[in-house]
Design a protein around this ligand. Sequence first.
Ligand code: ADP
Ligand code: MG
Length: 216
Amino acid sequence: MIINVAHTKGGVGKTTIAVNLAITLNTNLLDIDTQHSSCEFASLGPARNIQFWKDPEKIGDIAKEYLDDPDKHIIIDSGGYDNNISRQFLLHSNIIVTPLTTSQVEFMGLQNFDNDIVHNLLKQRPGIRACALLNKISYHDRSDAENLREVIETNLTDYRVLKTMLGDRKIYKQAFAAGLSVVEFNRSSPAAKEIKDLAAELLSICKEITEEKRHG
Ligand SMILES: Nc1ncnc2c1ncn2[C@@H]1O[C@H](COP(=O)(O)OP(=O)(O)O)[C@@H](O)[C@H]1O
Ligand SMILES: [Mg+2]
């Protein structure tokens, strides 16, 4: 399956989430952001048996190899921009994961991304799962996040909100700077648990897609 971490807005956590997911799920990653932060991250860390690619022309091969495959997954780190390539990748995704945090501006950003892009993609390929991921959430007070979950679920019918939320934790930055996932950095940390929960939740959505295809 192709899991595309995507939002036209920058700074929402796409790269942080994409690299942590790729390492935790032990999958390859394609970085189509022109900044190539995911590839830079990989060059800081230890040698791995997964690949971090940055060639957007791989789209044909990647779609052929991973799209709809129940057992083979790839993570895409989509750039914070909108162009023909990023739209082609979104169209050739199984799951779109859009991170956002709790603010009115960020909710409007998600709404714009949905109106401008995701809504039309789902018309073309209704099987794509669009998932909002609440990121940088205060772990002292989750009420804002719960309110945002409700606002998204009521107003943006294209999106479901993932059960897993990620806290606002400095370990995400520390691990990134060392080229490590948060699980590798400290496997008993709350962040490690969140990332493992997120990976498991996405795998269960992959299963759901496979079941749906099997039953027509
Ligand atoms: N859950 C989090 N907790 C704390 N900081 C985070 C978290 N997620 C992302 N960040 C920080 O937010 C900034 C933007 O994240 P990044 O992954 O580069 O976003 P994007 O790829 O969407 O531009 C980075 O400094 C990153 O360390
Ligand atoms: Mg990025």
